[in-house]
Design a protein around this ligand. Sequence first.
Ligand SMILES: *[C@@H]1O[C@H](CO)[C@@H](O)[C@H](O)[C@H]1NC(C)=O
Ligand SMILES: *[C@@H]1O[C@H](CO)[C@@H](O)[C@H](O)[C@H]1NC(C)=O
Ligand SMILES: *[C@@H]1O[C@H](CO)[C@@H](O)[C@H](O)[C@H]1NC(C)=O
Ligand SMILES: *[C@@H]1O[C@H](CO)[C@@H](O)[C@H](O)[C@H]1NC(C)=O
Ligand SMILES: *[C@@H]1O[C@H](CO)[C@@H](O)[C@H](O)[C@H]1NC(C)=O
Ligand SMILES: *[C@@H]1O[C@H](CO)[C@@H](O)[C@H](O)[C@H]1NC(C)=O
Ligand SMILES: *[C@@H]1O[C@H](CO)[C@@H](O)[C@H](O)[C@H]1NC(C)=O
Length: 353
Amino acid sequence: MRVHYLWLLLILGHVASARYSSANDWTVDHPQTLFAWEGACIRIPCKYKTPLPKARLDNILLFQNYEFDKATKKFTGTVLYNATKTEKDPESELYLSKQGRVTFLGNRIDNCTLKIHPIRANDSGNLGLRMTAGTERWMEPIHLNVSEKPFQPYIQMPSEIRESQSVTLTCGLNFSCFGYDILLKWFLEDSEITSITSSVTSITSSVTSSIKNVYTESKLTFQPKWTDHGKSVKCQVQHSSKVLSERTVRLDVKYTPKLEIKVNPTEVEKNNSVTMTCRVNSSNPKLRTVAVSWFKDGRPLEDQELEQEQQMSKLILHSVTKDMRGKYRCQASNDIGPGESEEVELTVHCEFP
Ligand SMILES: *[C@@H]1O[C@H](CO)[C@@H](O)[C@H](O)[C@H]1NC(C)=O
Ligand SMILES: *[C@@H]1O[C@H](CO)[C@@H](O)[C@H](O)[C@H]1NC(C)=O
Ligand SMILES: *[C@@H]1O[C@H](CO)[C@@H](O)[C@H](O)[C@H]1NC(C)=O
Ligand SMILES: *[C@@H]1O[C@H](CO)[C@@H](O)[C@H](O)[C@H]1NC(C)=O
Ligand SMILES: *[C@@H]1O[C@H](CO)[C@@H](O)[C@H](O)[C@H]1NC(C)=O
Ligand SMILES: *[C@@H]1O[C@H](CO)[C@@H](O)[C@H](O)[C@H]1NC(C)=O
Ligand SMILES: *[C@@H]1O[C@H](CO)[C@@H](O)[C@H](O)[C@H]1NC(C)=O
């Protein structure tokens, strides 16, 4: 058993050294580009694997505007961070150490998370993360995009919003850094939307900081009313109660036709005439053709004299009979569905009851 075990170790060791001997076999994962603005900070989630599974980092350097000097075969540039393992205390130097604006939050095994606070607009460009473990070396570029002014958040919304149907809007920006908190706030026509605003189901904020991407988001879920159509929704980025940036979108709320019925008069003597009008007050999308139908006591009225106009339908009852008393309403449909008016009661008086 013991002999077999040793053989296995030897074979594994051989395979490992064959596979890991090339300097190309470091893997370093972090977001491709990190975004921030002048005065904020940047936290770079970062993970690495050295070519030798048991290797420990001996040195870590963070360069700015680096170049490779072919003559000396060394990287040169502004050194923002330089930590070397010491004999005295081999671990501590590479754990949680701060030099100037840079803090290394990782470790010597697999974590190269870094933070730069504050960050400057002129830090934009490539950082170079130089790592050394024994004879293995690696240079990893990390791209920073630091603007002069805080950038605008994005707002995502579904392609169609309908009245009374729950909808979720997402506001976010590719930024998150512990130590520089940002808050995303929502406004409807300049008044703040909070979780206690009627029609609001929830507002949830989240921070994502992974080796794939870094962002802060707020999701607003609510049920818009048809009267919210055309109103503005704003998402504001705040830091220490100060507004950094914002973005505004307009709500396009689709709704069924809103109809207004008028009956004149509502009380009438037998044989007199009554005129009813049905007006399309509002509709989104607009009605393609005005096809208003009329109902009496819930049943469709047929063979009536109708005058249909652009946004209006007129129903004239020339000589009313007792049978014509009842409740009237009108209806019209757009692509969203049918909209109904209120019901209006018609009373017919008889001379000789
Ligand atoms: C990093 O620091 C070590 C001493 O701790 C020094 O020998 C080395 O030259 C420094 N590297 C750079 C690139 O400044
Ligand atoms: C790396 O270290 C940071 C800071 O301690 C920690 O927040 C993060 O979760 C670590 N990442 C991984 C992949 O372990
Ligand atoms: C970058 O800007 C800061 C001030 O924002 C300044 O102190 C520093 O010298 C600048 N660095 C370079 C390399 O221009
Ligand atoms: C930084 O990001 C913004 C927004 O994505 C982009 O418009 C700009 O060109 C970028 N700047 C640099 C220097 O990469
Ligand atoms: C934010 O990051 C995502 C993924 O990392 C990217 O697809 C998107 O273009 C970025 N947005 C901006 C405005 O830079
Ligand atoms: C129709 O619009 C008028 C004025 O624009 C308004 O007074 C009325 O309440 C509306 N009626 C309905 C049913 O929406
Ligand atoms: C109502 O009209 C009918 C015919 O249209 C007529 O026969 C009847 O006399 C009229 N009644 C009254 C009260 O005018």
